[in-house]
Ligand binder design. Structure first.
Ligand SMILES: Nc1ncnc2c1ncn2[C@@H]1O[C@H](COP(=O)(O)OP(=O)(O)O)[C@@H](O)[C@H]1O
Ligand SMILES: [Mg+2]
Length: 251
C-alpha cells in the first residue's frame, strides 16, 4: 500500500515583497511519479529548493519519512535520501563516470600501503553495476563526462542517486536541453526508478512527457497549488486550463 513519504504543509516562501510560495500543501507517496507543472515563475523550482534544503521557507512544515527536514542543510537532506538533479547537473566534467558516481564520497586505496589515491577501478566496477541496474550502457566508463551526451550525463546523475540509496529523486526540467532520443531515455530512467520503488518528482514543460510517465499531476500557479489530480483523470486541455488559470479562460 502506498504511504506518504514526503509531506509539505502550508509552505510559504517570500523573496522581499514577492510571494514565491503561498501556503503550499504537497505530498509524494511511495511508488509514484508526481509531475509538477506550471508556467514560468509559478514557484516550481522554489518548492523543490525548499524541499532539498537550499531555501528555508518562512512558514510551513516539511517532513520526509516522518522526520522534520525544514531546517536541514542540502547535505543533510541528501543524507536523508532525497536526491535532486538540477538542469545544470552538479557533475565533474573532467572526471570519468565512476568518479562522478562517487563524487564527494570517493573510495580511496593505499599504494605500497602508504599513499592514499582514489580507487578508480573499484569506482568504475561499482558504477557499472548500478548502470546495469538502470539498463544504461556507456561504451567506456573511463570516458570523461565532458565527452558524454546530455542523456548519458542524466543517466550518470541518476546512477549516482541510485547507488547512494536515494529514497526520492527530484528532477527539475531533465529533458529541456536534450534531443528527442535522449528525452526518451530519460523517461525510461524515470520509469526504471519507479519500478525499483523510488518515487520521482518530475518538473517538465513537455506535456507529452508528463502524460506518459506521471501517476499524479500537480499544477502550480502564482505560488499556489492550482490542481492536484491523478493522471487517469487528466487531459491536456484540463491541465492547460489550470496552468493558465481556468477562470481567466472564461473572461
Ligand atoms: N532567489 C530569488 N530571489 C528573488 N526572487 C526569486 C528567486 N527565486 C525565484 N524567485 C521568484 O519566485 C517566483 C517563482 O520562481 P520559480 O520557483 O523559479 O518558478 P518556476 O520554477 O515555476 O519557473 C518567480 O516570481 C521568481 O522570479
Ligand atoms: Mg524553474
Amino acid at each position: 500500500m502506498a504511504e506518504t513519504i514526503l509531506k509539505c504543509v502550508g509552505v510559504s516562501k517570500f523573496f522581499g515583497g514577492l510571494t514565491a510560495l503561498d501556503q503550499v500543501d504537497f505530498e509524494v507517496n511511495t511508488g509514484e511519479v508526481v509531475a509538477l507543472l506550471g508556467d514560468n515563475g509559478a514557484g516550481k523550482s522554489t518548492l523543490i529548493k525548499c524541499i532539498s534544503g537550499v531555501y528555508k521557507p518562512e512558514q510551513g512544515k516539511i517532513t520526509f519519512t516522518g522526520k522534520d527536514i525544514v531546517h536541514s542543510t542540502p547535505a543533510e537532506v541528501r543524507d536523508e535520501g532525497i536526491e535532486t538533479i538540477y538542469q545544470d547537473l552538479a557533475l565533474a566534467e573532467n572526471l570519468d563516470v565512476g568518479a562522478n558516481v562517487f563524487l564527494g564520497k570517493e573510495r580511496m586505496k593505499k599504494v605500497f600501503g602508504l599513499f592514499p589515491v582514489t580507487d578508480d577501478e573499484y569506482m568504475r566496477q561499482e558504477a557499472t553495476k548500478v548502470l546495469d541496474r538502470l539498463d544504461i550502457h556507456i561504451p567506456s566508463l573511463k570516458q570523461k563526462l565532458v565527452n558524454l551526451s546530455g542523456g548519458q550525463r542524466q543517466a550518470v546523475a541518476i546512477a549516482r542517486a541510485l547507488y547512494w540509496n536515494a529514497k526520492l529523486v527530484i528532477m527539475d526540467e531533465p529533458t529541456a536541453a536534450l534531443g528527442v532520443p535522449e528525452q526518451r531515455k530519460v523517461l525510461a530512467l524515470v520509469r526504471s526508478l519507479r519500478e525499483q520503488g523510488i518515487p520521482v518528482i518530475l518538473i517538465s514543460h513537455t506535456m507529452q512527457d508528463v502524460m506518459e510517465v506521471a501517476d499524479r499531476i500537480v499544477v502550480m500557479r502564482r505560488g499556489k497549488v492550482a490542481a492536484n489530480m491523478m493522471r487517469r483523470d487528466a487531459t491536456v486541455d484540463l491541465i492547460v486550463k489550470h496552468i493558465i488559470g481556468a477562470s481567466e479562460v472564461n473572461e
